[in-house]
Design a protein. Structure first.
Lengths: 337, 565
């Protein structure tokens, strides 16, 4: 009896919950957090009349679209890591974004092969130091290995995707042997076990636990805007101009791809185009202190705060390719132990 | 039944076991098939992929550390949960002391907090700007961590304490139910024979509690083993973290599922072994309805010590984190977040958790009833398979379900397009149905456990008596078992409800478009490094969890009202 009732209730709920197919809509699968994306989505709907149905996923976006196959409702997939978007493209679940506007706006280096993915924003991974205890304005990533930082360096887990991409870039530039030495050296410099989040390193600088740390640029921007104790973390740190020796700054991207079986393909392209426009780039890039990919966007918040960006020239696809090897090296040197 | 580690073993099988109604057998079989589905799908992925390429690297660089860390984590959590859960259960069932009634439900409350939230909260509370360090600096004039040392929760001992604080209620609930219901005669005899307090606990209470302790610990340890949020944040390199790293950073889903499958095999092996060693012992059961032991009134220092000892786990597991969340809610003026999105998430959470809990307990009841009444040899095996879902990490389970559910959806969509020219879209993944199925697969074992512990309190001889008086199976279930077991069934439903409400990884991966639960809202904030912004949604989860906690505590409280049959 109970079972029947419950089954009937399930069936009923399924009918009620089933997403209605609207005439003008676009379906977005995203690993970018809703709070950062919502302003852009709302502006898009307001300006175009196209409704955005979104689902925020974490791990497994690719597997879900793959499994859903021909009947997948996904139109646009949006992720925040170059390795992830490359894996999605490699899985064959995307189609080229054919748009003159996209071609004009986004430099080829920030697009995937065959326009199978398009970068929307960039962020850098840079070094911050204690305002009081460290006197220097620029640094190379290699200098992190200097023994003078012994017991003073803080970093989140080496297997976290942010560090994984950074180490992959280092590996692409320097080869396995040098990367292993580098990893061992910076591990030897750590003040505490690698862990926590990116913001935690700023707090650990405030507390005196460490003097130097590595962090994504947008966290610096968000802390500068904070009204709570995180403002104190921001006040304790100083971002350094950080580059590879004789190169640029390590950059990662948030990127979008058009799903192979997109039921609302045109609207999907419209959404991607919209996100590259000046208005959305201001909302999207500035809301999260990221660097816009649209060169027409002046006075981006991140640039105002941290200065213009000189990206490392290592192709993003090389970074994506080296992730596996970088992850294995991190295990090999026991970075997170 | 080994996986369920049923609360009590029955002295002997009832004299007569009916062939169960085929309906019960069908339900048990269907449930077992449903749970086997993701496991088989994972095994298939594991075998289909790039053979065994991940293992040389794992064996050389990962497994030694990960195994050691995982073992320490599990041992630590087992010790903590075992000691705190059993100790608190013993005190509240054996003694009367100030605040006991409130503590009985406060002790359940930590369960309503997702582990990763408690982890974030403790890193804040114990952090440099947290109240403790701030007060210390104000008192001493020290300025930075270079002047003093303070415990940092971001390590293995921190993870043990934090996971233990959230998970000990599993042990507490199951052991308390046993102490409250089963031990009266033995304990009172021991007391009259002059057994002193400690020997009473060590020599009678604890050995008797072993099945319940095993059942509670099984749940707590599987949660620990499968935890990812708190472990990653606190920097513990557990095996489950290796599963993720292999999948996400090294792009090897096959390798990741291979590790997960090996872990599952080990877990099943351990649980079967535990059940075997326990299987030989018998716990006799009176035909009379068991009655609770009379509580001994404590006084003076003893009474207050008992109060404090019971209050500490509740304080650190629930009260302190809640106060922190309330403080953030206040400081950040999060009331502005109380918008349509939040209310919809609230409605979604309650609706889908309640629906799932009802369904899961109904099926759990069918399985437990089939086990009690049936004599098919396949039944224990079916029950064992049906409880496998809890032994897998949430995301891995969701990945395993994804493939068969999507295949079913595509089949229906294509067939419908061929037949009617229109497609309903993805039937299960496009509705909330996939979530209900995921919850069912994951939490069925909790329901079966709960109902079985209810059955364990009804002597099989009562069944025999009813049968000899001419009752048929239907009457037995409706007139005897159901009324006697209602509290146990309600308790199981509430526990499943709370677990569904907190569930995150499967919910994230399998929910339809535009569908959020409170847990996914909290995680949306946590994922961008400002979990405090999710304080309101987190508070709502706990607020909804308070009612089940109250009821769970009272389930043990009211029942005894000496109604002897």
């Amino acid at each position: 009896m109970t079972i029947k009732t419950a089954l009937a209730a399930t069936a009923l709920a399924s009918c009620l919950l089933a997403a209605p197919a609207l005439a003008q809509s676009v379906n977005l699968y995203t690993t970018r957090e809703p709070a950062l994306l919502n302003p852009v989505i709302e502006a898009f709907t307001k300006d175009t009349g196209i409704k955005v149905n979104a689902v925020f996923l974490k791990d497994g976006l690719q597997q879900r679209v793959q499994a859903e196959g021909a009947n997948s409702p996904a139109d646009v997939m949006l992720v925040v890591d170059v390795g992830e978007i490359q894996a999605i493209a490699d899985a064959g679940i995307t189609q080229p974004v054919k748009s003159a506007l996209v071609d004009k706006t986004v430099p080829a280096a920030l697009r995937g092969a065959g326009d199978n993915w398009i970068s929307l924003t960039q962020r850098a991974r840079i070094v911050v130091v204690s305002k009081d205890r460290v006197k220097q304005d620029a640094i190379s990533y290699d200098e992190l290995a200097d023994p003078k930082w012994k017991g003073k360096f803080c970093i989140r887990a080496g297997q976290h995707p942010y560090n994984n991409a950074f180490f992959a870039a280092y590996l692409a530039r320097n080869g396995a042997e040098k990367t292993e030495t580098f990893l061992k050296a910076i591990k030897a410099n750590t003040a505490r076990k690698p862990g926590g989040g990116d913001r935690d390193v700023a707090r650990d600088i405030l507390s005196g636990q460490c003097d130097i740390a590595i962090i994504n640029t947008y966290y610096i921007g968000l802390m500068s805007k904070a009204t709570n104790e995180q403002k104190g973390w921001y006040d304790a740190i100083r971002p350094l101009k950080t580059t590879f020796a004789g190169g640029g700054t390590h950059v990662n991207v948030s990127a979008a791809a058009l799903a192979k079986n997109a039921p609302n393909k045109d609207n999907g392209v419209k959404l991607i185009e919209y996100m590259l426009g000046e208005k959305a780039q201001h909302l999207y890039a500035d809301g999260n202190f990221e660097y816009p990919v649209n060169a027409d966007v002046k006075e981006a918040a991140a640039v105002k705060l941290l200065g213009a960006l000189t990206p490392d020239t290592t192709p993003l696809s090389d970074i994506a390719k080296n992730r596996k090897a970088a992850s294995e090296l991190v295990d090999k040197v026991g970075f997170d132990n | 039944m080994s996986l369920n580690a049923s609360a009590t073993h029955v002295e002997r099988p009832p004299a007569t076991r009916w062939r169960p109604s085929t309906r019960l057998l069908y339900v048990a079989t269907a449930a077992a098939c449903l749970v086997a589905l993701p496991v088989l799908s994972l095994a298939f992925t594991a075998l289909s992929g790039e053979a065994l390429t991940v293992w040389p690297h794992l064996a050389a660089n990962v497994l030694p550390v990960a195994l050691w860390n995982t073992a320490l984590l599990l041992a630590g959590v087992a010790l903590f949960c075992g000691a705190v859960g059993t100790g608190a259960a013993w005190l509240v069932t054996q003694y009367e002391f100030p605040g006991r009634r409130s503590l009985e439900w406060l002790l359940v409350l930590p369960l309503a907090l997702p582990t990763y939230i408690t982890a974030y909260v403790y890193v804040e509370i114990l952090g440099f700007q947290g109240p403790f360090q701030s007060a210390l600096r104000a008192l001493t004039g020290w300025r930075s961590l270079r002047d003093y040392w303070f415990p940092d929760p971001r390590n293995l001992p921190g993870a043990v304490l934090i996971l233990g604080l959230v998970l000990y209620p599993y042990v507490y609930l199951s052991v308390r139910a046993l102490f409250a219901m089963q031990s009266a005669a033995l304990i009172e005899s021991a007391r009259t024979l002059g057994t002193r307090r400690w020997p009473l606990f060590w020599r009678i209470g604890l050995p008797m509690a072993r099945p319940a302790l095993a059942a509670g610990l099984t749940l707590a340890l599987l949660e620990t083993l499968n935890d990812i949020g708190a472990s990653e944040y606190l920097g513990v390199r557990s095996l489950t973290i290796s599963v993720y790293t292999t999948w996400i950073n090294r792009g090897s889903l096959a390798g990741a599922t291979q590790i997960a499958c090996v872990m599952l095999l080990v877990v099943v092996g351990l649980m079967v072994a535990e059940a075997r060693t326990r299987g030989a012992r018998r716990f006799s059961l009176p035909v009379k309805r068991p009655r609770p032991v009379g509580r001994i009134q404590l006084s003076g220092t003893r009474a207050w010590t008992a109060s404090i000892v019971c209050f500490l786990p509740a304080l650190f597991g629930a009260v302190l984190p809640l106060m922190y969340l309330l403080g953030e809610f206040w400081r950040r003026d999060l009331i502005a977040q109380a918008d349509a999105t939040l209310w919809r998430a609230l409605a979604n959470t309650v609706a889908i958790s309640a629906l799932s809990a009802a369904l899961i307990v109904a099926i759990g009841l069918a399985i437990a009833a089939a086990l009690r009444l049936g004599r098919e040899r396949a039944l224990p095996m079916l029950a064992r398979i049906a409880s496998l879902g809890y032994a897998l990490p949430g995301t891995v389970l969701a990945l395993g379900l994804l493939v068969p559910l999507a295949a079913f959806d595509n089949l229906v969509a294509d067939a419908s397009r061929a037949l009617f020219g229109a497609s309903p879209g993805l039937l299960l993944l496009g509705s909330g149905a996939a979530l209900v199925i995921a919850y069912l697969v994951r939490f069925l074992t909790i329901a079966v456990n709960g109902v079985e512990s209810g059955y364990a309190r009804i002597s099989p001889r009562i069944d025999d008596a009813a049968r000899s008086l001419g009752a048929n199976r239907h009457e037995l279930l409706h007139r005897l078992h159901w009324p006697l077991m209602r509290p146990a069934i309600a308790a199981a439903a509430l526990l499943v409800f709370v677990d569904c409400m907190k569930e995150l990884p499967a919910t994230l991966l399998l929910r339809p478009l535009n569908f959020d639960t409170l847990a996914t809202l909290v995680y949306g904030h946590a994922a961008r490094g400002v979990f405090e912004d999710g304080a309101l949604a987190a508070l709502l989860i706990v607020a909804i969890g308070i009612y089940p906690a109250l009821r769970l505590a009272r389930a043990g409280e009211r029942q005894p009202a000496s109604r002897e049959n």
